[in-house]
Every structure is written in C-alpha cells, then in structure tokens.
Design a protein around this ligand. Structure first.
Ligand code: UNU
Ligand code: FES
Ligand code: FE
Length: 449
C-alpha cells in the first residue's frame, strides 16, 4: 500500500484516471465508460460482485420447491424455495464440471439433477446423490462440501428479493437506507404487490448504463415519445412531466415523484378508489400526501433495479390507467444488455383493475411497448454514436439542475429538489459508480491509495 496522495487517482491501464472520466459534480461523464472493455472488466469485479442485485419477487416462488432462474450481478442463479419454505439463491452451476443444473426459467422441484453426469441436489442446495456413486472410492465424493454455491447474502424488502456476492457488503436494510421510505410508497402502499405472469426478457444493443440512465429521466418523455403526443396519448405540453420532485435518497438510490394533470384522477398514483382507500393503513399521513401529489414515479435502487409507476392509455382515445413496472438490466458486453421487465399489481386489486393494468403495461412497456421501443432506439443510437474514437474525446452532459437549491421544506428523507426535470439523480448515480469503481485501487491491481 502506498501512502495517500490527494486527490486519490484510480488509474486504468493507459494511465487515465477514473476520477477524470466521471466528473459527477460537474455533470460531465466520459463516453469511455460506455464503450471500453476494460471498464466492463472492472465493473465485473467492483460492482457486479459487490452491490446488492434484485433477483425477483417473493410472489414468483410462493410454494415449497418453486424456483425461477435469474442473474445475481453477472452470474446465473437459481432462486428457489426449499421444502421448509426457506428461500435460497444458488449459482446455477454444478459443483462437478460446472454444468448449468437448472435449464428452465421456472418450475417446481424437490431436487435438481444435473443433466451432465447426474449429480442431484435437494431444493436446499445440498448434494443428495450421484448416478453410479459406487464408482467413487472412499473420500472421493465429499457430499457435505459439494452443495450448490449460495450467494453471500440474500434478503428481501417489501417482497423484493435481493442478493450480493460480497460477504462484507452492508446488510440489505443498511444498503437500502432511507430509500425504504420511498419503496414503501410505491411497493408497500396497499400492503403488498405481486408479480403478474413472468418477466419479459430481451437483449438490446446498448451499453447497460444508457438504459439505466433513462429510468429517472422525465426530460426525454416529450421529445423521445413525441409520436404519442401526436396521437393524443400524452399531453401536448413540453412541461407536462416537470412538476414534482427529484430525490437523492442515498447516494446512488434515486427517484422522482411527479405530478400529473391537476385532477383527482391523477392523484394517489392514479390507483382505483378501492386501493386508494387502503393507503392510510399502510403509509404514514406524510407518505399518503406525497402519493396524493404523484401520478408518475421512477426510481433506481443502485445500480440496476428500477420501478416505473406510470399512467398511460396505451390505446388511442382511452383513459389513462396506472401500472407498476419493475426493471433490471444486465450487461452482456460493453455494448449489449439483457433487459428484464415485470408487471406488479397490488395483491388486493380487483379483477377489473388487473386486466386494465396488464393491458396498459404490455401496450406501453416491455419489448413490444410503444414507450420502450422509443427508449431502446435512443439507448442503441447513444451507444453507436459514442463508441468512435473522435466521439470519445467529448464528454456527455448531465448538468441540468446543478445550481438548483435543495428543497429544505421537503418532509421526506434524502435530498429533494423541486421540479421533475433535472439530472441530480444522474449525477448521484454516476458518483456512486465512481465510488464503487475506485474502491480497491488501480485498474491494473496496484494500490491507488
Ligand atoms: O416514459 C416515461 N418515463 C413516462 C411516460 C413518464 C411520464 C409519463 C409517461
Ligand atoms: Fe454436473 Fe457432471 S457437471 S454431474
Ligand atoms: Fe421513455
């Protein structure tokens, strides 16, 4: 370890410092971080084995033996409920020769048998038997040591299951910190939500960070989705989603609470009356008041889990209907990303609302959604237009609201700013990115501090 020099520099192999690439306080972000394989190589170690990652919702695996296959960071996992009802997440890879032990998206099992040589694991991960076990001699198959590999920590909040590969990471409770207050408003508002069906999963030719970047961005809506304005499916007003607050909960955990049209319909997240009536049982009066002023909200649990609580018609000439979308993006390469998209609905929702919210969600978000198709076009072309050597000389601009004062009258936790167009959320996300990426020394492994 070298002694501290100030400011701390974390160097990539060509001597460029990560601190210079991400000047979050100035709102200047180098395009190199969206394109360089060396950056993804460092992200693999410093973000994707260190942060907490969303795996799924408890309602996706309600019964003993239920499983879904997911990705924790960058590693495939089986998220499974064992015979005693305990939820586990195991690396989806056999301890023998590494074969994927579960090859389906979801099923119910009492055990998983590896297709390759037949090692079989109980639904609590322990190794049960191997085919032709008698061919192993004394001490050659130490079954108690060869269970499936669990994530380092697994926990849930409001039914949202998260995992980390870092045994030293703070607990999920600590990691979420004051973001829990806002998760309560969105996910806990009526006593809990459940996932409808299965997530949609698809790949996009984008840097994962251009997709991540888009979720607390209201400023793009009028422009990027202008065809929907023309069709009468969004208000014809460039400021329509600008009223409300941008909030930095903890560094990296960010959200907006945005007002809709000033009518009752757009209050309380646009939910139907029977669900509105339940909110005071589950939220503080202060949280209910925040929800009252909110029609649209998006938030990011750092780094790559998002909610989108939106209202849209999804159909020309029809009234707006609210829906709650959960999102995740997983990098496959610097410029290719796997998207996950879930629809959540309040457990107590009526059949009528379930049908309406489902239809609205599939028409608007997910791979076929009219909003997502516009968004994907932007993420892909941001990527294509930023990877060239000349483009790489010019940083991207995240300065909106850099001089805006903190709203000191905001009753909730975190740092709030008035107005729902602003890039304070982006700057906080990139600052958190820099914190993770510079934590353990130079890119070549030598100590930076
Ligand atoms: O696409 C969005 N983020 C959005 C859509 C925001 C507000 C209203 C509709
Ligand atoms: Fe699983 Fe051989 S790789 S039994
Ligand atoms: Fe969009």
């Amino acid at each position: 370890m070298t002694t501290t020099t100030s400011p701390t520099r974390t160097l990539l192999s060509d001597g460029e410092a990560i601190e210079d690439l991400v000047r979050a306080e100035e709102g200047l972000i180098s395009r190199r971080i969206y394109a360089d394989p060396e950056i993804l190589r460092l992200e693999r170690e410093r973000i994707f084995t260190k942060a907490w990652f969303f795996l799924g919702h408890e309602s996706e695996i309600p019964e003993p033996g239920d499983l879904v296959t997911r990705v924790a960071g960058l590693d495939p996992v089986v998220l499974i409920r064992d015979d005693d009802g305990v939820v586990h997440a195991f690396l989806n890879s056999c301890r023998h020769r590494g074969m994927r032990v579960c090859r389906t998206d979801r099923e119910n099992v009492s055990f998983l048998r590896c297709p390759y040589h037949g090692w079989a694991y109980r639904n609590d991960g322990s190794l049960m038997t191997a085919f032709g076990e008698s061919h192993y001699g004394e001490g050659e198959l130490e079954k108690e040591e060869l269970g499936l590999i669990p994530v380092a920590q697994l926990d849930s909040y409001q039914g949202l299951i998260f995992a980390t590969w870092d045994p030293e990471a703070p607990s999920l409770d600590e990691y979420l910190g004051n973001m829990k207050y806002y998760l309560d408003i969105i996910v806990g508002r009526t006593g809990g939500v459940e996932i409808v069906g299965t997530p949609q999963i698809w790949d996009v030719e984008t840097s994962w960070k251009f997709a991540t970047d888009n979720f607390t961005d209201n400023f793009h809506v009028f422009s990027a989705h202008h065809s929907l304005v023309e069709l009468g499916m969004l208000p014809n007003n460039p400021d329509f989603a600008s009223h409300g607050h941008m909030i930095v909960a903890e560094e990296g955990h960010i959200l907006h609470l945005t007002a809709g049209a000033p009518t009752e319909e757009y209050e309380l997240l646009g939910l139907p009356q029977d669900l509105r009536d339940k909110m005071p049982e589950h939220l503080s009066p202060e949280q209910v008041e925040m929800a009252r002023k909110t029609a649209y909200s998006a938030g990011t649990v750092w780094p790559n889990f998002h909610w989108l609580q939106l209202m849209s018609s999804g159909t020309m000439g029809q009234p707006d209907v609210p829906f709650l979308n959960f999102r995740l993006e997983i990098p496959l390469s610097p410029t290719r990303t796997r998207m996950y998209s879930w629809l959540a609905v309040d457990k107590d929702a009526s059949e009528e609302f379930r049908k309406a919210t489902y239809e609205t969600y599939v028409r608007t978000f997910g791979p076929a959604g009219i909003f997502d198709q516009d968004d994907m076009e932007n993420w892909e072309d941001c990527t294509r237009a930023s990877v060239g050597p000349a483009a790489q000389r010019y940083p991207l601009h995240h300065k909106m609201g850099i001089g805006r004062p903190v709203d000191t009258s905001w009753p909730g936790p975190g740092t709030a700013y008035e107005g729902a167009y602003g890039e304070m959320t982006h700057r906080s996300w990139y600052a958190a990115w820099r914190t993770f990426m510079t934590r353990t020394g130079n890119g070549d492994g030598s100590a930076a501090r």
